[in-house]
Design a protein around this ligand. Structure first.
Ligand code: ADP
Ligand code: MG
Length: 714
């Protein structure tokens, strides 16, 4: 679980944060907002240009009056007619029934909810303009809850836009705000003149003409092309959006290239080579390749900014240890930040085991450490005596001062927020004598970032991939089992333990109610203890004191505890190769990537391993569609990349970038899967535009991303 941010971290927000649109924290220096402004801000609509770029979901055709005789069943039509009868009936339900006649035919209007004012407007003899869907009924055509206006007002000459909105912001009000924003906004072209007229974009569709068309298309427009966003006006906007994003990434990259970092070039025969020689296994080819990529970056006087992705169990930890060894051998400190205390503990133990025999002092920092131990660690970090510091986000707290931090490693980086990653980056300590050099940054993740995402959002990031598992692994067999068959699962546990193996049993975490989860986990623990007499069954959850957690974990590692009942605290990184069975209770409540991570806790040794996903059907007696898809994916594939691809289609891209806490949609118009041609166009144009038209580039980014640009860079 990501642990809550500390006040110190929360305060360390970026200097331009105040300029960002709509952080709903009521920032005091902002002028007071009207109710309308507040509602618009909830949609991210702050500037005129934001309103202009708020595009319709669909359109309604109010430009024509149709005669009833010419309308067909199922058509959505607008008619003008005279009310010939109007009454409220009470049975079978209270409703207002109005009959209208337009000279060519009659139609019944039916309202289950209505105000007295509406009833009055629909009294006998009134001339009304009515819009709704026609349905044939026994007694003739019917419209349910049509919209009604007075007849005779001029007809609009464009289609009526229907915008995405939020509760409390009426469509009509939003329409007016958008129309005004569109009229006021600066829509001058930012694309360099020489590029328009190329084949990707049609010159006729500039920004202004595209926007006015998309907000108010004329009747007869190609509605299908508007709906599926293939219309040239849509293409134009998608292209501009992608260009803005590419430009901002490129700027971030250039800014980083101007930063300095200590060049880490350890001598031959130094620590990293001794570590390599001491390891009980040979590196996989993938590990060797990635290790080289990292070494090359570290030797540069610019900060490395690299993401190491590798499926669970691909052996990222040892790659991190080798990078740390290079850094230490060059005379600097390294920090390794992990999302949970259990993982920090485990990494600490593993790294001490590898590096202490080589004379390296490793310190450990965690939130709930006793003060005395913590102070001692802090002193070692400050003096440089501890060359490697392992910890939770406690590592980036303000009180931690490094002697000479030159490499920061973030494990399971997707579990950290953007702010925390930034904080680590700026925690340069006194590398190079405190003259502002930054540490190198290595981020590790088992949740692979799909290629298109990496290309567009992480252009500022180098990516290394461990695409090979260490030899001797047998694939984990995954089974779906109904919760009603728990007894069989318990039998299976017994069999595994008889063979000397160990078992995980994971209980779900429902975010809104940690207390309930604890009850669940505790009950399961008691149930298993009763069902498995003579077998050591232990409970592990996030609320236990740190010392107890450590105790349980080390007994499980040592093998004296056979069954570990845990909440998702073990989701990330835990490595006990002897464990061969993973049971996940209420698997239907977990996300797909999370299930894959959990499954990754087994299958780490040579023994055949299994993962049992227990599911319980809810009140309706069936699993929801997305739960079914997730469970099916788990059975069908063990490949982390395939899992990530499916997860992306089930959940959308935000989660991969740790964007959960922001909620800002990453791309509003373009779709990375389908707009590959436009993406390629934007990638090619961005560097040229930055070089040849820097003012246009700056204006373009500002227009499209406004306060969001900084967010995307992070
Ligand atoms: P992850 O990539 O999920 O963090 P770990 O670093 O925890 O994976 O490695 C998984 C297991 O594989 C560990 O027990 C580790 O010691 C072992 N391991 C790593 N590299 C190799 C290798 N080249 N050969 C054999 N075992 C390895
Ligand atoms: Mg790991």
């Amino acid at each position: 679980m990501p642990e809550p941010q500390t006040a110190a971290q929360a305060k360390r927000s970026r200097p331009d944060a105040a300029a960002a649109p709509a952080p709903t924290d009521g920032t005091p220096q902002k002028p007071p907002q009207s109710a309308l402004q507040k509602a618009l801000a909830r949609l991210g609509l702050v500037r005129d240009i934001d309103l202009a770029l708020h595009l319709p979901l669909r359109y309604e055709d109010e430009t024509r009056i149709v005669r009833l005789a010419a309308a067909r069943d199922g058509d959505t039509v607008q008619i003008e007619a005279t009310v010939v009868a109007s009454e409220v009936v009470l049975r079978p339900r209270r409703q207002l029934l109005v009959t209208v006649d337009d000279g060519s035919g009659r139609c019944l209007l039916r309202f289950f909810h209505f105000y007295p004012s509406q009833q009055k407007a629909l009294s006998q003899g009134a001339r009304v303009r009515v819009r709704g869907e026609l349905r044939g009924g026994f007694g003739g055509a019917v419209m349910m809850h049509p919209t009604v206006k007075a007849a005779g007002t001029p007809l609009p000459d464009a289609l009526t836009p229907v915008y995405p909105t939020v509760a409390g912001l009426a469509q009509g009000v939003l329409r007016r705000a958008v129309r005004e924003g569109l009229a006021r906004a600066d829509l001058s072209e930012t694309l360099p003149p020489e590029i328009s007229g190329k084949k990707t974009l049609q010159p006729r569709w500039g920004l202004r003409s595209s926007l006015s068309f998309l907000h108010h298309p004329l009747p007869g427009a190609d509605l299908a092309a508007l709906q599926d966003h293939s219309h040239p006006a849509w293409q134009r906007l998608k292209a501009e959006e992608l260009l803005a994003q590419q430009l901002s990434q490129l700027e971030a990259r250039r800014a980083r290239e101007r930063l300095r970092a200590p060049a880490l070039r350890p001598a031959a025969g130094a620590l990293h080579q001794r570590l390599l020689a001491a390891l009980p296994f040979a590196l996989t080819a993938a590990q060797v390749r990635v290790d080289r990529e990292i070494a090359r970056d570290l030797a540069e006087p610019r900060p490395m900014h690299r993401l190491l992705q590798g499926d669970v169990g691909s052996g990222k930890t040892v790659v991190a240890a080798l990078a740390a060894a290079r850094c230490i051998a060059a005379g600097h400190q390294c920090a390794l930040m992990v999302p949970t205390e259990i993982l920090a503990e485990q990494h600490f133990r593993k790294l001490v085991g590898w590096l202490a025999p080589l004379g390296v002092r490793v310190a450990w920092l965690a939130g709930r450490q006793p003060k005395k131990a913590r102070d001692a660690m802090l002193a070692q970090v400050a003096s440089g005596e501890a060359a490697l510091v392992v910890g939770t986000h406690a590592v980036i707290q303000q009180r931690v001062t490094f002697h000479s931090l030159a490499l920061a490693i973030v494990d399971e980086q997707h579990r950290f927020g953007v702010q925390q990653r930034l904080a680590l980056r700026t925690k340069a300590g006194s590398a190079d004598g405190g003259d502002g050099a930054e540490p190198h940054l290595l981020m590790m993740s088992a949740t692979p970032i799909p290629r298109t995402l990496a290309m567009s959002y992480l252009a500022d990031l180098e990516v290394s991939t461990l695409d090979e598992l260490p030899p001797g692994r047998t694939p984990v067999v995954t089974k779906l089992v109904a919760d009603t068959r728990r007894a069989e699962v318990v039998q299976r546990i017994r069999a595994q333990i008889a063979q000397g193996r160990q078992v995980y049993w994971v209980c779900p975490l429902i975010e809104e109610s940690e207390a309930v989860d604890l009850v669940n986990a505790t009950a399961t623990h008691a149930e298993l203890q009763a069902a498995l007499p003579g077998i050591a069954v232990a409970l592990l959850h996030s609320r236990m004191p740190a010392a107890d957690k450590q105790q349980v974990m080390s007994e499980f590692v040592a093998g004296s505890i056979k069954v570990l009942v845990a909440t998702t605290v073990i989701e990330v990184g835990v490595d006990v190769p002897n464990a061969s069975l993973m049971v996940v209770e209420h698997a239907e409540r977990f996300g797909l990537s999370q299930l894959h991570q959990l499954r990754g806790r087994v299958g780490r040794g040579a023994a055949a391993s299994a993962c049992v996903l227990l599911y319980a059907v809810g009140e309706g007696g069936r699993l929801g569609e997305s739960a079914r898809e997730r469970l099916r994916a788990m059975v069908e594939t063990g490949d982390g990349f395939e899992i990530a691809r499916r997860d992306l289609t089930i959940r959308g891209p935000g989660e991969f970038l740790g964007a959960r806490q922001s909620g800002a949609p990453l791309l509003r118009f373009a779709d990375l899967d389908t707009d590959t041609e436009l993406l390629a166009w934007a990638r090619a144009l961005a560097p040229r535009m930055l070089a040849e038209h820097p003012e246009l580039a700056a204006k373009h980014v500002q227009r499209w991303l406004g306060g969001r640009a900084e967010y995307l860079k992070a």
